[in-house]
Design a protein around this ligand. Structure first.
Ligand code: FE
Ligand code: FE
Ligand code: ZN
Length: 280
């Protein structure tokens, strides 16, 4: 079994460049924003870039990639024009994803901004019903959140309720962010087994498709969402390595979203995690 690990990369120089960067830091997967993370227009997809990416990805053993929606989208907004913008962007991104078929697209579910959790869940499910298509090959992932402000997705139950409401739920999965669930109150340091049992009972581990591997600057249940470098935060290196080795998780792709300004920081983290795993 291959351990699949990578990090968040800049998409500004295209797909081939991301594959080259990933390979250069010992990664065999990567995550990228489909467009400016604050929204805005996406760059046109260049078929030559996709072809070059496909060749390089095969050479480098990159089988999985994960796109991330702009984090400013809010399909649960109280404003119809904000919801409509989210739906247009998600639909456009999902269409673009079909240029690299059978991959994954991650989004933050949204924030109910005072309308209440139930209303938020209803609006998110409605938006997903508008953007998911039966023939699409992309799996849309809902990210587990820290429960900051009126964010939806800080509890496994909220994600389960969204998925239950979506017609084409076979196209929907979950991306688990270790910093977010720790901040949300799930103790993955002392009770990883119990947290995963809970996830399985509420959502189903078959829905879990990717892990964001981040340390957290803040203590358990702080609801803050401030990522820290691996081993530099409150979760710690050992607990994060244990996440990558857990039998229910070890075959999933892992994505670092830790604060680094340079690729070398990610390269060091990837080799650190690989070396810790090899010692087992
Ligand atoms: Fe995210
Ligand atoms: Fe994340
Ligand atoms: Zn985060």
């Amino acid at each position: 079994m291959t351990f699949t690990i990578g990090c968040h990369l800049s998409c500004s120089k295209g797909y081939e460049n991301m594959a080259r960067e990933a390979a250069s830091i010992g990664a065999n997967t990567f995550q990228f924003f489909t467009r400016n993370p604050r929204g805005g227009k996406a760059k046109d997809i260049d078929p030559a870039d996709i072809a070059a990416f496909n060749r390089l990805a095969e050479e480098a053993g990159i089988n999985t990639i994960l796109a991330h929606a702009p984090y400013t989208l809010n399909p649960a907004s109280a404003k119809p024009e904000t919801r409509e913008f989210a739906i247009q962007t998600l639909a456009d991104d999902l269409m673009r994803m079909e240029n690299t078929p059978n991959q994954m697209y991650n989004m933050h579910p949204g924030a109910h901004v005072g309308q209440g959790v139930d209303k938020g869940i209803e609006l998110i499910a409605e938006a997903l019903d508008q953007v998911l298509l039966p023939e699409q090959t992309t799996t849309l992932l809902l990210e587990t959140m820290a429960g900051k402000g009126s964010e939806i997705g800080g509890k496994f139950e909220e994600l389960a309720q969204i998925i239950e409401r979506v017609d084409l739920s076979e196209h929907v999965g979950v991306c688990l962010d270790t910093c977010h669930i720790w901040d949300g109150g799930y103790d993955i340091v002392d009770s990883l087994d119990e947290v995963l049992e809970d996830f399985d009972k509420v959502i189903g581990l078959d829905r879990l498709k990717a892990i964001h591997l981040n340390d957290s600057k803040n203590p358990l249940a702080s609801h803050k969402d401030r990522h820290e470098v691996i081993g530099g935060g409150q979760i710690g290196l050992d607990a994060l390595v244990a996440v990558t080795e857990h039998p229910a998780l070890c075959e999933l792709p892992f994505f670092l979203e830790t604060p680094h300004n340079e690729l070398v920081g990610y390269a060091e983290e990837i080799s650190l995690i690989r070396s810790k795993r090899e010692k087992e």
